[in-house]
Design a protein. Structure first.
Length: 97
């Protein structure tokens, strides 16, 4: 029978890796977008999103290995960007022929 503690630790480690990768991807995506794209889709401005995402990435890195409320808030902020803001900004960026 597998050790439950080691299985739980492995799952938490995998979730932390996913959170770190997601935060890094979201921050890089936001950096590459033009500043005009964010207000065009009625979202916060680019500097605000860059601050939120950079702070989220910093929280995920600093509190690595611990389960803290700040880490959960950081992951939620990254998820909001990836699920809500990113698709709308990408939609504005599509070229129309």
């Amino acid at each position: 029978m597998p050790n439950v503690d080691s299985l739980a630790a492995l799952i938490i480690f995998a979730l932390q890796i996913v959170a770190l990768a997601g935060a890094g991807f979201a921050l890089l995506h936001a950096v590459r977008q033009p500043a005009e794209a964010f207000p065009a889709v009625d979202k916060l401005t680019k500097p605000v999103w860059l601050g939120i995402l950079a702070a989220s990435l910093l929280v995920i890195v600093v509190f690595w290995g611990t389960f803290m409320m700040l880490g959960i808030i950081a992951v939620i902020a990254v998820c909001v960007y990836l699920v809500d803001v990113r698709p709308r900004v990408d939609e504005v960026q599509k070229r129309r022929w």
